[in-house]
Design a protein around this ligand. Structure first.
Ligand code: SAH
Ligand code: SF4
Ligand code: F3S
Length: 490
């Protein structure tokens, strides 16, 4: 899962004054009030910001990409590591300095850090006006109003049902080609290092019909790729009985048994929308990924051959302490199944944590040898950061000195670079189908897109355009990218 910390700018959209919506006015300008949002953390947070924007627009707010003209500033935050929270705190200090000059500006903290710290930032530290957890975004307009009236504006209620299924996200920073769709929320796994179950609550799956509808609408608007998001997509599960909803028309009810839609079924439903709509998904949990999912990926050309399968560690003892509920051998078995069913060209990536509680030098070596075995195309790599309230914080000692955590991390990164280059070299000399996502950062004369395995491919622009599929002959590579030229257009 991507944890790169990036700002989100909102595309200005003037459509908020539709009939029937409550217009929230700025008393000085006489215009609709404007909101600005920045997002931190994983793709799910970025996806949530699109829901937040939709809720606010429905309630008459306009949007802006310039916080200087915003009436309401939202930070959608991440708690996963201490550094993520520190980044948000620095940003809050900045916005509080801005607020000194513009006291009418409202600052709201959203997302995981809001959930974790609850009232603290409002009542004790007094650096925010509004606190809203990830399941309370429908309440945002009401909370803004409460804050306007000088009342306490906090809602960190975690729901067992909320999936925002009926809310059409307002696509932010969109390239018009690729989009994220949340298919579930929360996590029931309780990995001992992880704060997510506490900040996001219980796992719940979203109605498959609403997922297919959202994907179909994106396709109708010209999007060519959707990524289905969840902390553990393989445990996606929807049953009529469990969710007490009308029977899914496309699935048969067998006797008195209710049909269950699992992740493989959902993938297939989305893949069938159109063969030219690519389908990606993240994150797969090694304990839950099934052969049925792998065969479904194989069956549909438009389901991308790329699996993000975070290992976290290569040592069975450390994995047990992490409460990951699989062993090194189990993990290797799943990688072997991917290679056997989907072939060597299927991309595999990982998340790794170095210096977890009591990790020995030998156990760290086991992480390196696992990396040598799998040869990941890509990895997100971190040193362990103890999080308040987690099982590890309560039961285990964070006893690996920072410099050792960092040294082990450097070794893991070095190993990853070796395998990325090795994997990329295998792609040289081959033709890859690429979905063009936009202009390359390097030069306006080049475009970039991704192959099925999620690798970035750069090639001369010529007459080609964003959103097209092209076949590219890859001629060269670095650890991060493939370069080549178009050989066929579709
Ligand atoms: N649901 C995903 C992970 C989401 S969090 C999964 O199970 O794979 C993204 C990544 O952050 C994790 O995979 C883990 O590698 C890392 N991470 C989570 N908690 C951490 C911590 N306390 N210290 C360091 N890295 C952590
Ligand atoms: Fe955190 Fe584990 Fe859930 Fe991933 S599966 S979000 S690491 S508790
Ligand atoms: Fe995502 Fe960070 Fe929350 S990784 S789920 S935003 S703690």
């Amino acid at each position: 899962m991507d944890n790169v910390i990036t700002d989100i700018d909102i595309v200005d959209n003037k459509e908020s004054e539709a009939c029937g919506v409550k217009i929230s006015m700025n008393e000085n300008t006489g215009k609709a009030r404007k909101m600005y949002i920045e997002s931190y953390g994983c793709q799910m947070n970025f996806s949530d910001s699109e829901i937040v924007t939709s809720v606010m627009k429905q309630n008459g707010f306009d949007t802006t990409s310039d916080y200087n003209e915003a009436d309401v500033v939202f930070l959608n935050t991440c708690s996963i590591r201490e550094k993520a929270e520190q980044t948000v705190r620095n940003r809050l200090n900045h916005f509080n300095a801005v607020k000194k000059k513009r006291p009418d500006m409202t600052i709201g903290i959203l997302g995981c850090m809001a959930e974790r710290l609850k009232e603290q930032l409002l009542e004790e530290e007094k650096i925010v006006d509004i606190v809203v957890g990830p399941d309370a975004y429908r309440d945002l307009p009401n909370l803004v109003q409460k804050s306007d009236e000088g009342q306490k504006a906090v809602n960190t209620f975690l729901s067992r049902e909320e999936t925002y299924a009926d809310i059409s996200p307002v696509r932010l920073n969109s390239n018009g080609v690729t989009a994220f769709i949340s298919i579930m929320r929360g996590c029931d796994n309780m990995c001992s290092f992880c704060v997510v179950p506490f900040t996001r609550g219980r796992e719940r799956s979203r109605d498959p019909q609403s997922i297919v509808k959202e994907a179909q609408e994106l396709y109708n608007q010209g999007y060519k790729e959707v990524t289905l998001l969840g902390q553990n997509v393989d445990s996606y599960k929807w049953s009529e009985e469990q969710n007490n909803k009308a029977r899914l028309e496309s699935f048969e009810k067998k006797g008195t048994q209710f049909t269950i839609i699992n992740f493989a079924n959902l993938l297939e439903m989305v893949a069938k929308i159109n063969p030219s709509l690519r389908v990606r998904f993240s994150t797969s949990h090694p304990k839950d990924i099934t052969d049925e999912v792998l065969y479904t990926i194989k069956k549909h050309d438009n389901i991308c051959k790329y699996i993000h399968l975070p290992a976290q560690s290569g040592s069975s003892r450390v994995l047990e302490l992490m409460n990951r509920t699989y062993t090194r051998e189990w993990y290797i078995n799943r990688v072997d199944a991917i290679r056997e069913i989907l072939g060597t060209e299927c991309g595999i990536s990982s998340d790794m944590i170095t210096g977890f509680c009591t990790e020995t030098e030998e156990e760290h070596q086991e992480t390196l040898t696992l990396m040598d075995y799998v040869k990941y195309d890509f990895s997100y790599m971190f040193f362990y950061s103890e999080r308040p309230g987690t099982l590890a914080e309560k039961k285990l000692k964070d006893d690996i000195p920072l410099e050792i955590k960092k040294r082990r991390l450097a070794e893991v990164i070095e190993r990853q670079q070796i395998s990325a280059l090795e994997r990329n070299k295998l792609d040289v000399g081959k033709v890859h189908q690429i979905l063009i996502e936009g202009t390359s950062k390097r030069s306006d004369d080049y475009l970039f897109g991704r192959n099925t395995a999620n690798k970035v491919v750069i090639f001369p622009k010529e007459q080609y355009k964003k959103g097209q599929y092209v076949n590219v002959l890859v001629e060269d590579c670095t650890t991060a990218t493939l370069t080549g030229k178009v050989v066929t257009q579709f």
